[in-house]
Write a protein that binds this ligand. Structure first.
Ligand SMILES: [Zn+2]
Length: 189
C-alpha cells in the first residue's frame, strides 16, 4: 500500500499441495469405487476451505482499507497475462484478486468512498515515485530498487503503490471541481 503497509495473505499452498496429491490419487482409482468417491469429497472439502479462508481474509482487508480511506485506487493488473507464467499461475489464481476488487468496489459504494482503478498500461513499477526517473522493466524477482537519479531506495511494491496513488489522484481534478460547485450552490440556496 502507498503508506508502506503490507498485507500478508494466508498460506493457501498447504491445502493446495494436499489437493494436488489427492487429485493424483483420484486419477488412479477405479471410476465406480467407493474409495474414489471418498477422495472426491475430500478434494471438494479442501477447495471449500481455501475459498472460505480467502473470503474471510479479503473481507477483513477490504473493510479495513475502505473504512480507513476516502479514496481507494487499485491497479488493473494483466492477470491473464501473468497466469501464463506457469511458475506463478497457481499461486496467483489462489489469491482472488478479482474478488478483492469486487469487495472494495462494493464497500466503497456503501460508504460513499471514491473508488478508482487505473489503467494496466501505466508503468507503475518502472518509475521512481520520488523523482519520476524511469528505470524500465524489472524482473519480478527484484524486490527492491535504488533510483539511479535521486538515490532513493525503494521497496518494489511500495514504490508501485505510491505511483498508483499518484496516477489515481491525478485523474481527480474534475470531481474536485464538481465538489466545489456543489458547495457554492448549497451556500447560494
Ligand atoms: Zn528517483
Amino acid at each position: 500500500m502507498s503508506n508502506g503497509e503490507k498485507a500478508q495473505s494466508p498460506n493457501y499452498s498447504v491445502f493446495d499441495r494436499r489437493i494436488r496429491k489427492l487429485q493424483k490419487k483420484l486419477a488412479r482409482q477405479p471410476l465406480d469405487s467407493k474409495r474414489r468417491n471418498i477422495t472426491r469429497i475430500k478434494i471438494a472439502k479442501l477447495h471449500n476451505r481455501i475459498a472460505d479462508t480467502r473470503k474471510d481474509f479479503l473481507h477483513k482487508l477490504s473493510t479495513k482499507i475502505v473504512s480507513e480511506n476516502q479514496v481507494i485506487v487499485l491497479e488493473d493488473l494483466n492477470v491473464s497475462g501473468m497466469v501464463k507464467n506457469r511458475k506463478l499461475a497457481r499461486s496467483i489464481s489462489l489469491q482472488g484478486w478479482r474478488e478483492f476488487r469486487t469487495f472494495c468496489e462494493a464497500k466503497s459504494e456503501k460508504l460513499n468512498r471514491d473508488f478508482r482503478v487505473i489503467n494496466r498500461w501505466e508503468p507503475t513499477s518502472q518509475v521512481c515515485c520520488e523523482c519520476g526517473y524511469k528505470w524500465g522493466k524489472l524482473d519480478l524477482k527484484i524486490r527492491s530498487v535504488q533510483c539511479l537519479n535521486c538515490g532513493t531506495e525503494h521497496d518494489r511494491d511500495e514504490n508501485a503503490a505510491k505511483n498508483i496513488n499518484k496516477v489515481g489522484i491525478g485523474h481527480c481534478h474534475d470531481s474536485k471541481r464538481t465538489r466545489i460547485d456543489r458547495k457554492t450552490t448549497s451556500v447560494a440556496s
